[in-house]
Design a protein around this ligand. Sequence first.
Ligand code: NAD
Length: 347
Amino acid sequence: MNRYSRLYIDGYEDVVRCDNSQLGFSAWIAVHNCWRGPALGGCRVWNYRSDDEALTDVLRLGKGMTYKNALAGLPLGGGKMVVRANLAAIDRTALFTEIGRFVDTLSGRYITAEDVNSSVVDMAVVQQQTRHVATVGASGNPSPFTAYGVYCAIKAGIAHKLKRERLSGLTVAIQGAGETGGRLAELLAGDGCRIIAADINENNLQKLGEKIVFDRVAPESIYDVPCDIFSPCALGATLNRRTIPRLLCQLVAGSANNQLETPEDGLLLHRRSILYAPDYAANAGGVINISCEIGQHYDAAKAKTLTAGIENTLLHIFALSAQRELPPEEIADQLAEEGFSAPCSAS
Ligand code: NAD
């Protein structure tokens, strides 16, 4: 049986916890802000070392979704769910059945979706308990849209920085050739870019090699590659005081979340005159696509058109950044904050 409790946390509209000792999991939903609409954010399952670690993660991720959804202009607020569980030792169907019941207790103020360690199949189980879930049966994997959004962000960066419309002839160093990085590489190669990629997973490089011609470097050497664009598409925090001095590029734009290790790292890029496409602006294609699955007939063409809007959002951010002499990520935060100014009333 699920046991529910509410936590009161400054700056969040709702934080609720679910414990199920029988199955052996705890879960938290953080609704950060739903001024724009119900809070959309995925369900992340992780074997957290402690409850504190899980709570910190859900608060950070939920707030991040408010900024991402607002900047993308979606009629959605921000929230997230994390589940502390050991997937190797738990009945997966039973887990996601209870997760569905937990989501339903928020009566639609939070909408869930797949995320790290939760899949479209798991969401189908969730959907049997609640209708407040995106994804199921519509477009499936959001990665192609995320990759396309990053491609649009790169086009904006190149237009702003190099005053070029075409990407052909540019060199792009891609860190991580997975779901998003691999697809991005294909799009860029199709436009005549030279691709240099690194990955710790040989299989993913091999798969990419079956689709396009590219050069590969060792994972640790990707920062030293002379290129026009550096594209972090693997992990967070790869832009930091150790790696930024090594970069030999004009633009950084990638799919990874939380690319800057600290806010000072954004300033470091700015001082080096490397244009940075704020991560949550560049990688919003996935959530834009998911938003098209909520409460409407899914239309892939519409999702692609909306994702293409990332180019204009980035152009606007870069223009304001130049005008106000502030790093692009500060401008992105300001624009996002203008989009969610007051909390909504509880339903
Ligand atoms: P993925 O797991 O499919 O790909 C990541 C790739 O990076 C893998 O091939 C992995 O082997 C590689 N990698 C890991 N560590 C590396 C390292 N040190 N050096 C080089 N390569 C390394 O994941 P993904 O779905 O492509 O997501 C990539 C990033 O984008 C993540 O940070 C994710 O949170 C973020 N993101 C993804 C989406 C989406 O729609 N998939 C949406 C928004 C943000």
